[in-house]
Design a binder for this molecule. Structure first.
Ligand SMILES: Cc1cc2nc3c(=O)[nH]c(=O)nc-3n(C[C@H](O)[C@H](O)[C@H](O)COP(=O)(O)OP(=O)(O)OC[C@H]3O[C@@H](n4cnc5c(N)ncnc54)[C@H](O)[C@@H]3O)c2cc1C
Length: 341
């Protein structure tokens, strides 16, 4: 085969791209992953995984979370479990683990700058593909080539980065002050924390300023020492297979808009796409099942975050004190459904 000819080119070495490459290992196909960053693990992300990610995998899952703090406008409650609902593995550790299972050529610092029907270009060269996988996240160039918009639902996260391990896992539900949003304190990898607000919709400097003022006060952050950052999320799913071009992970919009959990969907869809390329019916079964779950997540998100609907206020009532009785039962059921899948 010519040195610039590939059976599969994967754009992006995040969880979706690396899982796809991993599932193609030993297939005999010539696979290349093109990654714009110089290293793994650079995505702005908390790096937390739920029990459904890589079940049974021989992997150090990191710091475990058995407690969460739920805040609403006017309440703060701690909920404890006997087993972890999340672990902070950290992006770099997760991606190193995934990369360890690949035999693909992986090129770092090589961004794809254009996509065409049978080739992609980077500053270093032009490569021909038989199959192209867009695993390039929320700003996907492959999705743009397919001319798919990102509308319902996209969102933004804006937070401060705190230079110490995350002291608690906190979620804040404030439909009066911040409709279609939630506040959070979560890990940023294993040694830092991030505290801020995520909202559905475009990036809006006014919203970011309001989120900033709220986060400084709510989390008691010192204005002078804190660095901030923002990142987009894409939960607008419009399909995964377009002839010989595929989308996986957030490039496909496979992100749970309610929890912003995306690693699981990236890993599963990366594997699903690989199985389809290998001609295995399991591939489309996995992808169709992810698409079905995603439709439910979007419906639930739309109902839960619309302050005009009673559902939003029922959730508010549950979250005001989810420690006992029927509220605890509903809270536990939803949490474990989300975490276990
Ligand atoms: C603040 C925040 C916190 C989050 N925390 C969590 C969490 O704790 N747990 C969880 O499950 N989900 C979390 N998510 C969601 C999660 O980060 C994503 O859903 C997940 O990373 C999607 O994986 P992916 O492989 O599809 O895309 P990405 O992880 O975005 O990977 C895409 C890769 O493609 C590369 N790339 C992009 N463009 C190009 C190009 N043109 N050429 C070459 N390479 C390119 C990027 O550099 C990147 O490495 C969080 C999201 C945000 C915004």
């Amino acid at each position: 085969m010519d040195s610039n000819e590939f059976d599969v080119i994967i754009v992006g070495a995040g969880p979706a791209g690396l899982s796809c490459a991993r599932a193609l290992k030993g297939s005999g196909l010539r696979v290349m992953v093109l990654e714009k960053n110089p290293n793994l693990g650079m995505k702005i992300c908390s790096g937390e995984i739920s029990p459904k990610v890589l079940p049974g995998g021989n992997i150090d899952r990191g710091m475990e979370w058995k407690e969460l703090v739920v805040c609403t406008e006017g309440s703060r409650q701690k909920i404890s479990y006997s087993r972890p609902f999340l672990w902070t593995i950290g992006r770099e550790n997760l991606e190193k683990h995934l990369m360890g299972g690949c035999d693909a050529e992986i090129h770092f610092s090589e961004p794809v700058s254009s996509v065409a029907g049978s080739h992609v270009k980077t500053p270093q060269g032009r490569y021909n593909y038989k199959h192209l996988v867009g695993a390039d996240g929320a700003f996907s160039i492959v999705r743009k080539y397919l001319d798919l918009p990102v509308e319902h639902i996209q969102g933004w996260a804006y937070h401060f980065v705190l230079d110490a391990p995350c002291p608690e896992f906190q979620l804040c539900w404030m439909p009066k002050t911040f409709p279609k949003s939630y506040g959070y304190m979560m890990s940023k990898g294993r040694s830092r924390a991030m505290a801020g607000l995520a909202w559905a919709g475009d990036f809006d400097p006014k919203k970011a300023a309001k989120a900033r003022a709220w986060a400084l006060k709510h989390f008691g952050i010192s204005r002078h020492s804190a660095k901030s950052e923002a990142m987009k999320g894409n939960a607008d799913y419009r399909g995964w297979k377009f002839g010989k071009v595929y989308l996986a992970g957030e490039a496909a919009g496979l992100l749970n808009p309610l929890t912003t959990e995306g690693i699981y969907y990236a890993v599963k869809s990366g594997e699903g796409v690989a199985r389809d390329i290998l001609g295995e019916p399991e591939g489309s079964r996995v992808m169709n099942s992810l698409a079905r779950s995603h439709r439910w997540q979007v419906l639930f998100f739309d109902l839960a975050t619309n302050p005009e609907l009673p559902f939003c206020w029922i959730i508010n009532w549950i979250l005001k004190d989810p420690r006992k009785g029927i509220r605890r039962k509903v809270f536990d059921w939803v949490l474990w459904k989300l975490m276990l899948g």
